[in-house]
Design a protein around this ligand. Structure first.
Ligand code: HEM
Length: 196
């Protein structure tokens, strides 16, 4: 079998994760837009609470030693500190730290895939924050692109996740982690924006 044929028949792990979670992604995307988080600063403040819950629940994974061995540089990718600075920029009190997600190392890869991928869609969200007079220096730091651009870190992350050797059981766990991450995001959105 040629290398090209192999690539066609065995897509990378992240490509498979994308295919397995595209419906979840689309439902989260729709829920975010239905919440109208960029209509005014009050609604954007609520969106920041969602982000605080989600990224805060993953902070321990970003700092996990084993995961950093497998994904070098992971620690630097967390956006939780930037979310907290955004809240402070808007003059809001910091909520208490959310509980850490419970995930096996393989499930954790799925959660991290979801969180890192959300940086791509953040390009669209970042533009919307301009309507509120916010930017990467004030209020929308966590949505701003990395100085090296959004694509570079995503490509590096995908290459590292794709390159990990996992057994069949772990492959199933990674997908379960992605789905759990989208579920949790949906839960935070519903809780924070309950009642409109
Ligand atoms: C209104 C909200 C959102 C919009 C409009 C949106 C839009 C997008 C777009 C356009 C991409 C593809 C970008 C590209 O291929 O260059 C993308 C990728 C992705 N988004 Fe979102 N997104 C939103 C919210 C979210 C949220 C809240 C999460 C996670 C909690 C998320 C997770 C992901 C993931 C994991 C990918 C990567 C898929 C892959 O290529 O493997 N997105 N998003």
């Amino acid at each position: 079998m040629t290398a090209t044929a192999t690539r066609l028949t065995v897509p990378g792990r992240c490509a498979r994760l994308k295919a397995s979670s595209s419906r979840d992604h689309d439902s989260v995307d729709e829920l975010v837009m239905a919440a109208r988080p960029f209509e005014d600063r009050e609604r954007y403040a609520r969106f920041l609470q969602v982000q605080h819950r989600f990224h805060g629940s993953l902070l321990a994974l970003y700092h996990d030693e084993l995961l950093n061995d497998r994904l070098p540089g992971l620690m630097q990718l967390s956006r939780f500190a930037a979310v907290e600075r955004d809240l402070l920029d808007l003059g809001l009190a910091l909520p208490s730290a959310p509980p850490t997600v419970s995930a096996s190392p393989a499930q954790a890869l799925g959660w991290l895939y979801c969180s890192e991928g959300s940086n791509l869609g953040a390009a669209f969200l970042f533009k919307q924050t301009q309507r509120l007079g916010l930017d990467g220096n004030e209020g929308a730091r966590h949505l701003a692109p990395h100085p090296d651009g959004r694509a570079l870190h995503w490509r590096e992350f995908v290459a590292r996740v794709d390159g990990l050797a996992l057994d069949a059981g772990e492959e199933v766990e990674v997908i379960a982690g992605v789905i759990a991450a989208f579920d949790s995001y949906r839960g935070h959105l519903r809780a924070v924006f309950a009642g409109g």
